[in-house]
Design a protein around this ligand. Structure first.
Ligand code: CA
Ligand code: CA
Length: 465
């Protein structure tokens, strides 16, 4: 798809800017936008936690939990050595996928060492309403006042991805020895996984400028968003080992000076590129009957343009189905953080206190987008899950189950040994399409997992080593 100037396709503004709540018309669905929290300082990342709270980083260093029903902000920690320099500060955050058994919170931030700005990845432990026991997993990454990334995302295999910017040094993204301008993959003890694309290197992909958004979609695909220079903001499909072009290639391989490099390096072109740039920030994947017009779409925020965009994906997730659709056009100023709750609500954060915005009396805000008319009913069975994936297989300590869609009601999960005896149980909450089961007590052999949906039973087999 060619890089084009974005035009407004499908948005209807049906409210008054100053009033709250406001509404957006998305096809046949009315989406209400409500202010959940105000007077924050540059919320950087929102994560839906296993406690059904929103977990938030703010760039100056605070980590909090937000009650999505009341907007109450419960502070957990202000990370003491965050250096909020330019675009840097406390950035991305991820919670361990098996948080009940491994209550770890991973954060990336810039700090100062020997007078230099650096970036690090740190693991905190959550206990009794606080975060403590920081462990440095990766530190000393060169950083500057801009181009520091960084979002975190877990892969289904339990390894962690971290996006890094070029640190305003264009020699780094194509240098496999540099940690800058990359998406890095590491084991949870900070070591380099043996099966990384290049032996002995954290590198997962290279050739990035400043990828600030990173999301593993429930379709199994990994997507990133990346700031371009004076042109070519990008959204990319991330594939292990691929080269994303920067600084030789901006956006698509469409210029004579880019094409030899693209051929030689097998450069992966973006799914879409924007010129002029929007300053694309965080992105999320949406697939929920609450707002069916957004099913199988990426939702992308932008800072400079203040836009929320819907990027409809083809069924296989490998390309866009159509041009981006404008949802919000500079109604709330700069937008960054975004998170989809299991019930189909979307939460976004403004970024008007980041030094480049126009600060209003409510800034910064967390906004909640929801279809108030949506109620889970039998009709939602039309998107009932059809695929049950188990990973890893064979397994040793734990297995993760992932459904192609979620059920609207609680669903039992049972595990049976080779002769059919039930050996483990769990429950999927409504809208939960992912669960991790501890299996370390199970003996070697093969097992069957059954997901007892209201109208169907899904089952698949896996092996314990
Ligand atoms: Ca690129
Ligand atoms: Ca180009």
């Amino acid at each position: 798809m060619k890089s084009i100037v974005l035009v407004s396709l499908l948005w209807i503004w049906a409210g008054v800017c100053a009033a709250q709540p406001t509404t957006l018309q998305v096809g046949n669905t009315t989406v209400t936008v409500t202010q959940l929290v105000n007077k924050l300082d540059t919320p950087w990342q929102l994560v839906w936690g296993p406690d059904s709270f929103l977990w938030m980083t703010e760039r100056p260093g605070r980590i909090s939990r937000i009650n999505p029903a009341t907007g109450e902000v419960v502070a957990l920690l202000t990370v003491p050595d965050v250096a909020e320099v330019g675009e840097g500060g406390l950035l991305g955050m991820a919670l361990h996928p098996d948080f009940t058994n491994s209550p770890y919170v991973y954060v990336v931030y810039t700090y100062t060492a020997s007078g230099q700005t650096r970036e690090k990845l740190v693991r905190y432990t959550y206990a009794a309403g606080a975060l403590s026991a920081p462990v440095n997993l990766l530190l000393g990454i060169p950083a500057a006042s801009s181009h520091s990334g960084s979002h975190l995302a877990f892969l289904p295999d339990g390894t962690l991805l971290m996006s890094t910017g070029d640190g305003s040094n264009q020699s780094t993204p194509q240098d496999p020895a540099s940690l800058n301008g990359k998406i890095l993959r590491l084991a949870l003890d900070g070591s380099i996984p043996a099966d990384n694309p290049q032996p002995g290197k954290y590198l997962y992909t290279l050739g990035h400028r400043n990828p600030q958004g990173l999301v593993l979609a429930s379709n199994g695909r990994l997507y990133s968003s990346e700031h371009g220079p004076d042109s070519d903001d990008e959204v990319n499909l991330i594939e292990a080992g691929r080269n994303y072009g920067w600084p030789t290639v901006k956006g698509f391989c469409n210029e004579a000076a880019e094409k030899p490099f693209c051929t030689e390096k097998n450069v992966k072109e973006p799914l879409f590129a924007w010129t002029p740039t929007l300053a694309v920030s965080a992105l999320a994947y949406y697939n929920h009957p609450a707002i069916p017009e957004w099913n199988n779409s990426l939702l992308l925020n932008s800072l400079k343009a203040g836009q929320l965009l819907q990027l409809p994906l083809q069924a296989d997730g490998n390309s866009l189905k159509s041009a981006p659709v404008l949802v919000i056009n500079n109604l709330f100023g700069r937008l960054r953080a975004i998170c989809v709750a299991p019930d189909g609500r979307v939460f976004i954060g403004t970024s008007n206190r980041d030094g480049r915005g126009s600060v209003g009396p409510n800034d910064d805000q967390i906004l909640m987008l929801q279809n108030k008319a949506y109620l889970p009913t039998a009709s939602t069975a039309a998107v009932a899950p059809s695929v049950l994936a188990v990973w890893p297989n064979p397994a040793s300590n734990r297995v993760e189950l992932r459904l192609s869609a979620s059920f609207p009601v609680p669903v039992d999960v049972t595990v049976h040994d080779a002769v059919g005896r039930q050996v483990s149980t769990a429950t999927l909450a409504p809208r939960q399409a992912y669960i991790a089961l501890p299996v370390r007590t199970l003996r070697s052999g093969w097992y069957t997992v059954r997901v007892h949906g209201p109208q169907q039973e899904l089952r698949t087999r896996f092996t314990i080593k």
